[in-house]
Every structure is written in structure tokens, then in C-alpha cells.
Design a protein around this ligand. Structure first.
Ligand code: GUN
Length: 282
């Protein structure tokens, strides 16, 4: 029986701590504010944005939701980003991705002020993470590190395997594991002998986007298994990238879907917003 790494429990603890910090900042006259921008009506993005709004309410962070129509132009979106960049009430700006196809993610991200880039997607922040001298950590990988710590397993010297190399999860995840002295392998769609590589992982992170992709015979007994997936199985039921029924009996610790990585991502966004607020007070 694996230890279940509950993102619900850990994120609730983090949010309680942040609530106290937000209140302390407020006592000193500093409001903490987050602006979330959603363009279009992707159903999954709408749910994620709603969760972020709820977390702001729970932690006492002032939040502004900017819901823009699908046909918003680059010029209009950049004008909003500029306004938020200049707004002292706003410590953090998050533009929900993916953007509609006619908008270029990187053009928008590059125009967010790095000190308000609570996603840590701006090239300045990505570069800082690479050299280990950062203000913000990207939310999903940071949340995963918290869950790995919760497993009781020390990353130092461990074989860590990340499946996925996206800019949002896979690449920064590999970097954070490296910062804690893991021996890291990043796998992707061109990787040969995937099973052979994943089977040596003491810590396995699956960020593939394919339902139940990681089977029992791909996992080393006693491994810590982190599931970043938000997929649908053959019956339309929410599931992750890991086949939980097969993997849970042999893992040391595993994250559930839902209630694992998802709530941690939101909690880390709140943490980054509080970090930004503290910097802006100085
Ligand atoms: N879309 C999926 N995950 C994320 C995230 O962490 N931040 C933003 N901005 N968009 C996302």
C-alpha cells in the first residue's frame, strides 16, 4: 500500500500559512493582488481560473478576473497587460494558457513585467531558475517538489525520471530535481527504451498528457510516483497519466488524480503572489 500524497491536505496547509502572511502585509498597509486573464472559453481553462479565484478568496488575496472574448487581438491583450504592469494594486499577473491559436503565447508572456510574472514563464525568470538564483518557481514543478518532500524521500543522489519536456512542467521539473542533487533523465516522445529508463527511477514524474500511460511494469517497486496528468479514461472519467490501480500497490508513495498535483499548483501560485507582494512593499 503506497502512501497517498494528498495535494488537498498539503495545499490547505500552505494556504493557511499564506493567509497569515497576507494579513501581516495588510497590517503594514500592503494589499496583495493577483490579476488572472482568460481569453476565450476553453472549458478546462475556465475551471482552472475559477480554482485560482477561489484560492485568492481563501488566502485573502485581492483578485481581478479579466475574461476576454475568443477574438481578442494581440494589441488589445497587450494593452491589458500594460495596464496591469502599471497597476500598483496588482502584484502578480497570470495569463491562462493555452491562448487561442491567433495569439502567440511568447509575445504576451515576454510583455509581463518579470517581477509580476507569478507563473515564472518570462525568459528572465526561466534564466534565473536555470542558474538557481530565482524569485519565483514555476507553480506545478514547485508544488511537485512539496509533494516529494511530503513522501519523506530525499531527492539527493536519487535516480529521477521526468516524462515530458514542456516549458510549463517537464523542463523546469527536471531543473528543480537537479537543484536538489537528483540524477535526472528527461524523457519525451523520441525517447527509446522508455520502460527501461522509467524502471530505474526512484522518483518518477509523469507529465505526458495520455491517460494511464504509465503501467505497473514501467515502475520500480518502492518508487515515488507523481502524476501531473488530467486526462479522461475510455469511460470519460477523470484520470491521470499513471494507471493508478496497477502502480499504487508497488509504489512507496503516489499522487492521486484529482486531488494531487492540481491543488498544489494553485497553492504555489498564491505563494508566488505573496512573494511578489513582499518585494513590492520594499
Ligand atoms: N495552463 C496550464 N497550466 C498553466 C499554468 O500553470 N499557468 C498558466 N498561465 N496557464 C496554464
Amino acid at each position: 500500500m503506497a502512501k497517498i500524497l494528498s495535494g488537498k491536505t498539503v495545499s490547505a496547509r500552505v494556504k493557511e500559512e499564506l493567509k497569515a502572511e497576507v494579513a501581516e502585509l495588510q497590517k503594514n498597509g500592503k494589499t496583495t493582488g493577483l490579476a488572472v486573464v482568460l481569453v476565450g472559453d476553453d472549458p478546462a481553462s475556465k475551471v482552472y481560473v475559477r480554482n485560482k479565484e477561489k484560492a485568492c478568496e481563501e488566502t485573502g488575496i485581492y483578485s481581478e478576473m479579466h475574461r476576454l472574448p475568443e477574438n481578442t487581438t494581440e494589441e488589445e491583450l497587450l494593452a491589458l497587460v500594460d495596464r496591469l504592469n502599471a497597476d500598483d494594486k496588482i502584484d502578480g499577473i497570470l495569463v491562462q494558457l493555452p491562448l487561442p491559436k491567433h495569439l502567440d503565447d511568447s509575445v504576451i508572456i515576454n510583455n509581463i513585467r518579470p517581477d509580476k510574472d507569478v507563473d515564472a514563464f518570462h525568459p528572465v525568470n526561466v534564466g534565473k531558475i536555470m542558474i538557481g538564483d530565482y524569485d519565483f518557481l514555476p507553480c506545478t514543478p514547485a508544488g511537485i517538489m512539496e509533494l516529494i518532500h511530503e513522501s519523506g524521500v530525499d531527492v539527493d543522489g536519487k535516480e529521477c525520471v521526468v516524462i515530458g519536456r514542456s516549458n510549463i512542467v517537464g523542463k523546469p521539473m527536471s531543473m528543480l530535481l537537479l537543484h536538489e542533487n537528483g540524477t535526472v533523465t528527461t524523457c519525451h516522445s523520441h525517447t527509446k527504451n522508455l520502460k527501461k529508463i522509467t524502471s530505474r527511477a526512484d522518483i518518477l514524474v509523469a507529465a505526458v498528457g495520455i491517460a494511464k500511460f504509465v503501467k505497473g511494469d514501467m515502475v520500480k517497486p518502492g518508487a515515488v510516483v507523481i502524476d501531473v496528468g488530467m486526462d479522461r479514461d475510455e469511460n470519460g472519467k477523470l484520470c491521470g497519466d499513471v494507471d493508478f490501480e496497477e502502480v499504487e500497490p508497488l509504489a512507496h508513495a503516489i499522487t492521486p488524480v484529482p486531488g494531487g498535483v492540481g491543488p498544489m499548483t494553485v497553492a504555489m501560485l498564491m505563494r508566488n503572489t505573496v512573494t511578489a507582494s513582499k518585494k513590492h512593499m520594499k
